[in-house]
Design a protein around this ligand. Structure first.
Ligand SMILES: Cc1cc2nc3c(=O)[nH]c(=O)nc-3n(C[C@H](O)[C@H](O)[C@H](O)COP(=O)(O)OP(=O)(O)OC[C@H]3O[C@@H](n4cnc5c(N)ncnc54)[C@H](O)[C@@H]3O)c2cc1C
Length: 435
């Protein structure tokens, strides 16, 4: 008996789970395959899961704002609950500007989308966040730079967005989506590695299924690549990189976990910080800790990797010091642990740090890739994005010529999926994880 489905989703991360749920509940039979042994065990498990809305493109802001409403109504979004749920925790987001930050453009997009925000100067910042040193330290420096400890000078400005937040358990969020997908009938197969794609023998090049490492195959007219940092290998297998103007490349990233200083814990004076002045981000976590990561400052080397399976999961002293020492300049009461504590993960990055949610040159083969360290937050919407793309393209619509648009049901905005095209000219973005 051939193993047959209407769609195969490669990857059981948060993206694959969301896509499986939306395809399956729209009536397609879905098989999800993942080479790992747990749902959400890839990039998703190391996500800081920050939900923020400052992106450099209209589509970026619209997608994040719509998704936040879906996280807030998580049980309703899932439609089926089987066990504990991941939770959205509201936490203010404060963006500390670098001198060259494009405030006018950033706030214009927030205003257009209707994201409430407020501008704060140094005095406003100090009044709102007394635990912060609100002076300017720019430019970001490495701890071994002789000027690392230079006295701050100049004026700091910030954008405050009260409606930001984070998901307390990103892997559980993927599990929630997958449980809902299973409830509707999706077949989830772990320890199932895709080693090849089946392509039909007719003259039109069209995917017809996948081949697994154990030699078995699953036939399907639709295959979605949601393989996170490993997705590039699958694109090569499918032979679809030729027309992709937007390429992807895996990047190793560390996130450090430290004790939050008094007066800056979650729910007690704490906020999520994107600090372009010093060069780090942080977010408080329930229980009194703080996650600290990087924002690709010019002085920080980027750790590109060829094989995401080969990365060391252990945080390094050099990265720990760069990120945590900067955080300690902003939060002077932060106690620096003696040795690095935290984790390392990888995500696949595009040149403009915006994702690719698109069809490909191989009919039936779709991608949800290039999530660039900033798309966990959009996962609840991405399932619908791919479902709409699949529905349109499989009915003969030419998405490349006339991009599909979707109506965001919570916020009423139209989202032009052309913004996530593999053929796009690079969007004018920050060129960092901020997108
Ligand atoms: C350190 C870090 C911090 C982050 N912080 C944030 C944040 O604060 N906010 C935010 O919005 N985003 C953040 N992100 C990004 C976000 O977490 C990712 O974009 C998102 O989790 C990607 O999900 P995914 O499902 O695409 O990939 P993954 O979770 O990596 O899932 C892909 C799956 O594909 C499977 N797979 C790969 N190859 C194959 C194959 N050949 N056959 C079968 N299965 C295969 C893998 O086993 C894996 O389980 C962060 C990411 C990292 C690493």
């Amino acid at each position: 008996m051939p193993d047959v489905a209407d769609a195969v989703v490669i990857g059981a991360g948060v993206m694959g789970a969301s896509i499986a749920l939306e395809l399956q509940r729209a009536g397609r039979s879905v098989v999800v395959v993942d080479k790992g042994d747990a749902v959400g065990g890839g990039s998703t498990s190391s996500s800081s899961a920050v939900v923020r809305f400052n992106f450099s493109t209209l589509a970026g802001v619209v997608a994040a704002w719509e998704s936040k409403h879906r996280w807030e109504a998580w049980a309703e979004h899932l439609g089926h609950v089987a066990g504990p749920l991941a939770r959205f925790h509201r936490s203010p987001m404060v963006l500390l500007e670098s001198p060259d930050f494009g405030r006018r453009e950033a706030t214009a997009l927030l205003t257009e989308v209707g994201v409430p925000h407020e501008l704060l100067d140094e005095d406003g910042l100090a009044a709102r966040f007394p635990a912060m040193d609100t002076r300017r330290f720019f430019p970001p420096r490495r701890p071994d730079d002789p000027h690392f400890g230079d006295a701050p000078r100049g004026r700091l400005d910030a954008i405050l967005i009260e409606d930001g937040g984070f998901i307390d358990d990103p892997q559980l969020a993927a599990g929630n989506l997958m449980d809902a997908a299973r409830h509707h009938g999706a077949d989830v197969r772990l320890r199932a590695k895709v080693v090849g794609l089946e392509v039909g023998s007719s003259r039109e090049r069209r995917v017809s299924g996948i081949r697994l490492a154990d030699g078995s195959t699953v036939e399907a007219p639709v295959v979605v690549n949601a393989a996170g940092p490993w997705s590039g290998a699958l694109d090569h297998m499918a032979g679809v990189t030729g027309d992709m103007a937007v390429t992807t490349r895996p990047l190793r990233q560390e996130v450090h976990v430290v004790e939050a200083p008094a007066g800056f814990t979650h729910g007690d004076g704490g906020a999520m910080i994107a600090d372009l002045d010093l060069g780090f981000y942080s977010r408080p976590h329930p229980g009194g800790t703080l996650l600290v990561g990087g924002v690709e400052s010019d002085c920080d080397p980027l750790e590109w990797v060829d094989d995401p399976d080969a990365i060391s999961p252990t945080p390094t002293v050099a990265c720990f010091q760069a990120q945590v020492w900067r955080a300690a300049r902003r939060l002077p009461d932060l106690a620096i642990p003696l040795r690095p504590t935290g984790l390392a993960g990888a995500y696949d990055v595009t040149p403009d740090w915006m994702p690719v949610y698109d069809r490909t040159s191989l009919d039936g083969f779709y991608v949800a890739i290039g999530t660039s360290g900033n798309q966990f937050k959009n996962a609840p919407l991405v399932g619908e994005v791919i479902r709409e793309l699949v529905d349109a393209c499989e009915s003969g619509h030419d998405h490349d010529a006339e991009p599909v648009r979707i109506r965001c049901r919570h916020t009423g905005h139209d989202l032009d999926l052309g913004a996530f095209s593999r053929l796009r000219a690079h969007s004018p973005t920050t060129g960092t994880v901020l997108g």
